[in-house]
Ligand binder design. Structure first.
Ligand SMILES: NC(=O)c1ccc[n+]([C@@H]2O[C@H](COP(=O)([O-])OP(=O)(O)OC[C@H]3O[C@@H](n4cnc5c(N)ncnc54)[C@H](OP(=O)(O)O)[C@@H]3O)[C@@H](O)[C@H]2O)c1
Length: 380
């Protein structure tokens, strides 16, 4: 295992952390974790040097934390730093902070979590957390030893990311989605560099884009990998690319089979800052461009079309549609579309055409919305 640096702490994290969000399950039911297999996977990772485990209140419908409470028995808890997350969408009043943390400690069968993250922060939740005086609460929870360090996980724009980084001087870590396709998405490379410059540890999630970068690649991408100066699996290319960045403290992979764990542990052992050659990095750039070339709607997410008078979340719907085509992953796209509130879905379009007047790309937005709803709304 390779070890890296972790922001302000005098502690070295393993390059690979275990993300407990995509554990193997029985009968495709997220709440039914295949516990014997998942326990072997977590313990194999720790026995091979992994020292960071990440979970959250809602993962596997609440069973991820309970599972880890059991899997980290027999001395494994003491060998790792444990991160879990406050369910920020459920905390409505200050008393909720204690209630959820105490429940999580009980689930995890531990007296403290090393890293407590405000889950999935964005520009809506950030002011709510401040209004609830979350930092005063965190000071107390740190003082009484239930949490060691505070951080946040993040899904929103770069501007929102910077505001949150700058809005509190007690952060130890930020957790961002980052991979070679998302260099300009959400926090992106600029956010990674910004947080690291401010002294925060940066934990990377979705380094394989939740598995999208490991699927059978489209022919244009497969040809580039075949002609690359080194032979690697698509997963190894994606992971090594993240580890190549000096600002990354560690990456979390949500491994769902023993083979994933063995492969990613072996990848981590070969990892390091600057290990990819300029020629290899150029191939990854070309793969990025090739995937982008498959993008059917040339929406740049400028949001000039917003707000839609009828509430349609046009940029988000186009993003989901584009991903479904680029990564040939309709199932995941349909699931993401379900998470868009019914009032913001494409079938709310009344064809007023205001958006098309504003679109600098002159996109036929109304037609694309119809196509998107037809494809993505099928799971309804
Ligand atoms: N806080 C947040 O908002 C948030 C959001 C997302 C994630 N997270 C955390 O970050 C962790 C990592 O994110 P992620 O789970 O999206 O990570 P990821 O590594 O991008 O995706 C994991 C998926 O990649 C595939 N995979 C992993 N290793 C592979 C290998 N060697 N070969 C082929 N395929 C492989 C598997 O997909 P298949 O099973 O489909 O093959 C696996 O389920 C999560 O587990 C969670 O702990 C947090």
């Amino acid at each position: 295992m390779q070890y890296r640096t972790f922001g302000p702490l005098d502690w070295q994290p393993s390059a690979l952390g275990f993300g407990a969000m995509r554990l193997p399950t029985l009968d495709d039911d997220p709440a039914r974790i295949d516990e014997p297999l998942a326990t072997r996977m977590v313990r194999y990772a720790i026995d091979h040097g992994v020292n960071y485990v990440d979970t959250a209140y809602p993962y596997h419908r609440g069973e991820s934390e309970r599972f880890l409470g059991r899997a980290l028995q027999d001395g494994y808890r003491q060998r790792v730093k444990l991160a879990t997350k406050m369910p920020t969408w459920l905390t409505k009043e200050p008393g909720d902070f204690d209630r959820y943390l105490d429940e999580q400690l009980e689930r995890l069968q531990t007296e403290h979590v090393d890293f407590y993250l405000l889950h999935s922060m964005n520009q809506e939740k950030w002011p709510q957390m401040q209004e609830l005086n979350v930092f005063d609460w965190a000071d107390k929870a740190r003082a009484d030893g239930r949490i060691r360090h505070l951080g946040f996980s993040f899904h929103d724009t770069l501007a929102a990311f910077k505001e949150i980084v700058d809005g509190y001087d007690g952060w130890t870590l930020a957790q961002i989605q980052y991979n070679y396709m998302d260099v300009e998405y959400q926090a992106g490379t600029r956010g990674l560099e910004y947080a690291a410059e401010k002294g925060l540890a940066v934990v990377v999630m979705e380094p394989l884009r939740g598995g999208q970068l490991t699927k059978e690649p489209p022919p244009s991408v497969a040809a580039l990998w075949a002609g690359a100066p080194a032979r690697r699996t698509p997963a190894d290319w994606a992971l090594q690319w993240v580890w190549n960045q000096p600002q990354v403290s560690l990456l979390l992979s949500g491994m769902s089979s023993m083979q994933h764990v063995e492969e990613n542990v072996a990848s981590a052992a070969r990892s390091g800052v600057g290990t990819l050659t300029p020629a290899e990095l150029a191939v990854v750039d070309q793969v990025h461009t090739a995937y982008r070339g498959l993008c059917p709607i040339s929406c740049t997410n400028c949001k000039y079309c917003m707000p839609c008078p009828n509430g349609v979340n046009i940029p988000r719907i186009f993003e989901i549609y584009n991903d479904s085509v680029m990564y040939d992953d309709l199932k995941r796209a349909q699931a993401f579309y379900q998470w868009v509130s019914a009032e913001n879905r494409a079938d709310r379009c009344v064809e007023c055409g205001e958006c098309e007047e504003q679109c600098p790309q002159n996109l036929p937005i109304i037609e694309w919305l119809k196509k998107a709803h037809e494809l993505l709304g099928k799971a309804e």
